[in-house]
Design a protein around this ligand. Structure first.
Ligand code: ADP
Length: 443
């Protein structure tokens, strides 16, 4: 934040602060002015009526200024309006001094008190404070001068004058340091707020990074597991397949249909295991940031192929797309087609299962710097918040038993990662689900 911005923010906050204090101070002043009838009664009972009237008039005038303080202009001119209502009781006191004992009137203390109070209690500007101190003194001098006995005794007048001027100076110094302290406090507050906002951003980034790292770690662990599994399972599966094929060639098997059927089932089961294991190969760990292997291909063509290949599942679904002119990317075309097929068939299946009216899938493709960003969105049931992070977990599925292995998205995730990108799921549960990923530009 620049010093100017900081200063503007401070000025605005200070304006509110001054306004609130000015109103509070004015109400206090009205109360004190009215309570002063007690002083009049003790000191000048013969003037009670005139002074009482003066107090009521001054209180009403202060109330008038308070009304102005509530207006829009009041906020802007708050320091000057404060000066105005502060001067009203000073004028009244000066008039009372001139009407009573002049220089020797004890009401001079009231003038002094207001000067101190303005410096200590009111968030006044330095200038207003100095003007107020000086005007209060001039009012005192005028009151003594207008008193029928004149400025007498001169010694007391000098002492009182000095006390009033000292009070004005002390109040000015106090106001000056008060303003500075207030400014520093505000700056500190603004700095803390700024640092907090920065921390918030860093925190959010850290949470994102932590999520990505967890996902990468999970995939790396599965990669290690898959490599081990591949090694351990492939050999026995191959032996079994060979043994089954040899057994199927035996005359007993050919003569006995139920035995042959058993062997065919066993062979299919073994082949299924082989496919699962080879699917798991995709997880083989790849270092993040390593060069993307593959050949240049047009993403548009891969998209066409995948839509064609899923035509059967996409029956009744409105498929739309938005593509840039050039979509030449680098990578494994077959694997990317596999990812798209997976996304389309998942969306179609989810929409069919949920009975979505007017099912639609929209694919948006855009270049962002050197990567092609793809987003596939459907208007199906969406994915519940608690499942969104789990959809990439191998074997996570909400399909019925035997219908889906729950490997599609985890394999797709690994494929995109191999292309130096990320596959991300988004959803507004009950309304839509979207998957987005990015691929490198072919140089
Ligand atoms: P499978 O399709 O075998 O279940 P996937 O890994 O492809 O495995 O998907 C995992 C799960 O993610 C699905 O079972 C489904 O719950 C959820 N899913 C994926 N795509 C969508 C989608 N477009 N809309 C709603 N749910 C989805």
């Amino acid at each position: 934040m620049s010093t100017n911005q900081l200063y503007a923010g401070y000025q605005s906050e200070l304006a509110d602060f001054r306004l609130a204090f000015s109103r509070g101070g004015a109400y206090t002043a009205i109360a004190l002015v009215l309570l002063g009838v007690g002083l009049d009664y003790g000191q000048y009972p013969q003037q009670q009526l005139a002074f009482g009237l003066a107090r009521v008039v001054v209180s009403l005038l202060i109330a008038g200024v308070v009304v102005m303080l509530y207006s829009a202009a009041g906020r802007r001119f708050a320091p000057w309006l404060t000066l105005t209502w502060l001067l009203l009781p000073q004028i009244m006191i000066a008039w009372m001094i001139s009407q009573t004992e002049g220089v020797e009137s004890p009401y001079y203390v009231g003038l002094n008190l207001a000067i101190f109070a303005s410096g200590i209690a009111l968030p006044f500007g330095l200038w207003q404070n100095l003007v107020f101190g000086l005007l209060s003194y001039l009012l005192y001098a005028a009151a003594c001068l207008l008193h029928h006995g004149g400025i007498e005794p001169v010694g007391t007048f000098i002492v009182n004058s000095l006390f009033l001027l000292f009070a004005a100076a002390a109040s000015g110094v106090y106001t000056f340091f008060n303003e500075r302290a207030r400014f520093m406090l505000f700056r500190l507050k603004a700095e803390v707020a700024e640092k907090n906002a920065e921390l918030e951003v860093i925190n959010r980034k850290l949470v994102d990074i932590k999520g990505q790292m967890l996902q990468q770690e999970k995939m790396a662990a599965i990669g290690t597991l898959a490599a081990g599994l591949l090694h351990e399972v492939n050999n026995p599966v191959n032996f079994c397949l060979m043994a089954i094929e040899v057994a199927m060639e035996e005359p007993q098997a050919k003569e006995n249909p139920s035995l042959e059927e058993c062997l065919v089932d066993a062979k299919q089961g073994m082949q299924r295991i082989q496919h699962i294991v080879s699917d798991l190969k995709t997880f083989a760990y790849r270092k993040p940031g390593a060069e993307v292997e593959g050949t240049p291909f047009l993403f548009e063509k891969a998209l066409d192929s995948s839509i064609r290949l899923t035509a059967h599942e996409l029956r009744g679904v409105k498929v739309t797309r938005e593509l840039p002119d050039d979509t030449l990317v680098l990578g494994d075309e077959a694997a990317v087609i596999g990812v798209l097929i997976n996304l389309f068939s998942n969306a179609a299946l989810a929409m069919r299962k949920a009975g979505t009216v007017a099912p639609a899938i929209h694919t948006t493709v855009k270049w962002m710097e050197n990567r092609l960003h793809v987003r596939v969105q459907d208007n199906g049931p969406g994915i519940a918040a608690e499942n969104i992070a789990r959809v990439f977990e191998p074997f996570f599925t909400t399909r019925d038993v035997g219908q889906g292995l729950g490997l599609g998205l985890s394999i797709s995730y690994a494929v995109i990662e191999r292309h130096g990108g990320q596959l991300i799921a988004e959803s507004d549960f009950g309304h839509w689900a979207a998957f987005r990923f990015d691929l490198p530009r072919a140089e």
